[in-house]
Design a protein around this ligand. Structure first.
Ligand code: TMP
Ligand code: ASP
Length: 237
């Protein structure tokens, strides 16, 4: 696989062209950001940990019939993915209240949400990823009604699979963010699933094992990601 020019540089990953117009290479960097890029750092090993973590999760989702852009690991920090036409919205499901939900609605962190909530956010750092709903997505033509329905369906399907996967490892899946894209008329899961884009709490102690450790200066950020990976059985070698 020939890696070509860098097409896109995100806050934590870079996307490269390949000799196949239908395939990209995603490189996971150690760069870390929070608050829409307002807080930044480089955390040793993060790129490799998230790359392998994501490969493991995408594999589990594929086994459950949820298809993503992920094809295979290429190196410690690189994966081969399908080229998607990305839909510029973020899909968030919450099982337990935390983060922006607590700030917006004044609810206590840790409140169980049954049924889980579903929210759309516009992917736009300059605007701080504002919350939007179906009508905005349709009015601005970001996705069709069928694509909206599919994103919602897939995001909840991911919850069924991953809530159990994490709970079996003694971890609560508090919330998570997914991004989707179009591939030959299908909506596929894109971007990544790693502790950067979800909240994970130890089921016994409530200890935070995700990017909130970075947001809240709790320390041992990557050590916590590695602990989650170890409990799930992710091969980090
Ligand atoms: P929030 O509580 O800040 O709205 O985030 C909910 C979950 O979605 C949390 O696990 C973090 C994740 N998320 C991102 O990773 N990136 C984003 O841009 C947004 C809006 C949420
Ligand atoms: N992913 C977003 C960022 O890196 C939101 C966050 O994690 O706070 O800025």
């Amino acid at each position: 696989m020939q890696i070509g020019k860098e097409l896109y540089t995100g806050k934590a990953k870079s996307v490269f062209a390949t000799d196949d117009p239908e395939r990209y290479v995603m490189r996971y960097r150690d760069d870390t950001s929070a608050f829409d890029g307002g807080k930044k750092a480089s955390l040793a090993r993060k790129g490799a940990v998230n790359n392998k973590f994501n490969a493991f999760i995408m594999g589990k989702l594929a086994e459950a019939g949820i298809l993503s852009h992920f094809e295979r690991l290429l190196s410690d920090t690189e994966s081969l993915v399908k080229r998607l036409d990305m839909i510029p919205v973020e899909c968030v499901v919450r099982n337990i209240a935390a983060g922006s939900l607590c700030r917006r609605l004044g609810v206590t962190e840790g409140t169980e949400l049954n049924p889980p909530t579903f929210e759309f956010f516009l992917k736009n750092d300059a605007l701080h990823d504002p919350m939007i709903n179906d009508s905005h997505i349709l009015a601005f033509n970001w996705a069709s009604a069928a694509e909206i329905a599919r994103m919602r369906e897939l995001t909840f399907a991911v919850n069924t699979v991953l809530k159990k996967l994490f709970l079996d490892a003694g971890i609560l899946l508090v919330d998570y963010k997914l991004e989707f894209g179009r591939y030959h008329g299908e909506v596929l899961l894109g971007d990544e699933f790693s502790p950067d884009g979800c909240r994970l709490w130890d089921a016994k102690t409530g200890e935070k094992l995700d990017k909130d450790r970075f947001r809240q200066d709790l320390g041992n950020v990557i050590e916590a990601y590695e602990e989650v990976a170890r409990r799930l059985g992710v091969d980090l070698s």
